[in-house]
Design a protein around this ligand. Sequence first.
Ligand SMILES: Cc1ncc(COP(=O)(O)O)c(C=O)c1O
Length: 460
Amino acid sequence: MLDDIFDYVEHIRERPVWQPIPDEVRAHFRAAAPHAPTELAAVHDEFMRYILPFATGNTHPGFMGWVHGGGNVPGMLAEMLAAGLNANLGGRDHAPIEVERQIVQWMRQFFGFPETASGLFVTGTSMANLLGVLVARTAALGVGARRYGIAAGQPRLTAYASAATHGCVAQAMDISGLGTGSLRVIPINRHQQIDLDALEQAIAADRRAGFTPFLVVGTAGTVDVGAIDDLAGLARIAAREKLWFHIDGAYGALAILAPDIAPRLDGIACADSIALDFHKWAQVPYDAGFILVRDGTLHRDTFASPAAYLRRETRGLAAGSSWPCDLGPDLSRGFRALKTWFTLKVHGTEAIGAVISRTCALARDLERKVIATPKLELLAPVALNIVCFRYRGDDADRLNSNIVADLHESGIVAPSTTMIDGRLAIRAAIVNHRTSECDIDALIKATVAFGDAQLRSCAA
Ligand SMILES: Cc1ncc(COP(=O)(O)O)c(C=O)c1O
């Protein structure tokens, strides 16, 4: 099994990025639950035939869709070790929790947070943003809201985020009971950053109307184009207005490791909470989301739920309080920290920073090549590692969505799509450490070839 997966990773470039699942393969997953045992080797053989060839493809250098990291081998091996230990990181006194605590400590140092800051591994930034909203809710309403809810007699809380903010922030408002209608969507400037004047006006209007502004969410690396909000400007407004300042740094926050990009995160050290993913730019295998909270006490007050069966002791296995289960909704938690620890230690933070810088350089290379190709059109300025462009033509939305499907089915490259100013864009997010200039060239070449073919088939 190890040999096969090493071969897979080593020879990933020779495979298609993605291929459609044939009907007979899909049918394989409709079989009834197995009553009798099957040889491990036979199950592995099924994996090799029916699963491995039809994966997402984000280990492949030609994968450029959404925001997917490429994974890495030490992280993969660490995942096996973690499964062997079968550690549960909800709580108790054992070394795996010390590993998670060490990463929390490293994150405090990366982002200039105090020793009293807390941190927690979660699935991904969608969950980390939800936790951030919940801690902000406690800051605004006190712990009483946990007991009595947020309905009767409470101030009507309002939050603020730009129109370019990821949808999971609105979802966090929904799940936290505050309602998506309480999230004010602030316009963006031409760099797709939150418009600070519009933000101040919205806050003032809400105060006049009797609302209680409580939270502002900034983004470090927007999902569509990779814009970084003016975090220092947001920090100033949050401090003046006494708002919780949360940063969605899903992939952009770790650019703190890239010396050429880190200055653009100026202000991140002033955040009250930061959500980020190690499974994106840091290439840790899925999933490895993380939240860092400046006020560790408030973080604990938001989630800690004492129970007799989780009693803490001063010695024995039940020592070592506080436990990670005090910082989030999960009691059973896997050892996500180990694959992150291995990745950071084996490669070192300098190498991870270099990957981040290099993917941004590749995005600038792609931008230049798009501009130099008359049949293509750039749809947004390239701020970080995401390039939005399209093939020129009539009915361009349909044309370009067909081109992207053709690209996927060709197995050459896999960008995704998004809408920029109401126009469908081919969106290439360069995240994978294996991506190189030849993949950028392949994207340009294949886009033009499929665009030409689409036009020919329309004309025929
Ligand atoms: C800016 C931003 N926020 C949040 C998310 C959601 O992160 P996750 O998929 O890890 O939940 C993403 C995902 O790409 C993102 O780009």
